[in-house]
Design a protein around this ligand. Sequence first.
Ligand code: GLP
Length: 268
Amino acid sequence: MEVVILPDAAAIGVAAADLVEDLLRDRPDAVLGLATGSSPLPTYDELAGRCAHGRVSFARARAFTLDEYVGLPPEHPAAYARVIRDELADRVDFGAEAVVGPRGDADDVVTECARYDAAIREAGGIDLQILGIGTDGHVAFNEPGSSLASRTRVKTLTEQTRADNARFFGGDRSAVPRHCITQGLGTIMEARHLLLVATGAGKAEAVHQMVEGAVSARWPASILQLHPTVTAFIDEEAASRLELGDYYRFVQRHKGGVNALVGSDPLP
Ligand code: GLP
C-alpha cells in the first residue's frame, strides 16, 4: 500500500484527480468505481473543474458506484445514485447511462445484488476504484464482521454508521435506512487499482487499523493490505495515529530513488 500523507482535503482532491486524469488520458474508455460520502467531494470538484477546462474527458468512460440505501428511489436527495449524479456525473461529460449503481428500490434486492456484481464483471472490471473509509473501518458499506471474500449483497448498517450519515438526512438518524446494498470486499478487491481517501481526526483509528493493523473482518478496510495496487491519500489528522507515519513520509520524499538508479552507471 502506498501511503501518501498530504496536508489537507484540498491537496488530496488535487492528487486524486491527477490519478483519474492520468488514467483517462491513457485509457479514455476506462471503468471507474465511484464512492459517495464527503471524502471524495474535493476530488469530484477538481475533476469537474478540469473537465470544464477541457483537461479531462469522461465521454468514453463508464462508472459503477459502490453502494446504495435499500428502499430509496434514485431521485431521493440522500440516495447515492442522486448524490453521484449531483456531485460528479452531471458536472462532467459522461455519456447517458454511463454511470450506474445498484437499485435500492428494486423489488428483489437479492437478485439485484447478483445482477450488479455480474454487470461489473461484464464491463471488464473496474480500473480505478475510489474509496472512502468509515469511522468503524468500513469500506463501501462493508461493516465490521463482513466476509473478506464477500460479493455485492444486502447489509445491515451499524448504528454508528447511521449516526455518521444522519447529516445527509437532515440530522435525523431514524430517517437513515437500516439496510443497504454494497459491493462486497471480494468485489472491491477485483478492481485493478484502489484509491482510498481519508481526512479528519475521526478517521485516524480506522486508518491506523487499515494500514498497520491485522487483516481482519473487525476492520474491513484492512483487507486492502492484500491488494497489490493501493494508493492511500491521507491528511495529517487522519494520519495522526499511524505508528510508521515518519517512514511513509520518508518514502515519499525519496520516491523515484530506485528508478533513478536504473540505467545509471554501475557503482564502482
Ligand atoms: C459511507 C459510505 C462509504 C464512505 C463512508 C465514509 O457510509 N457508504 O462509501 O466511504 O461512509 O463517509 P465520509 O467520507 O462522508 O466520511
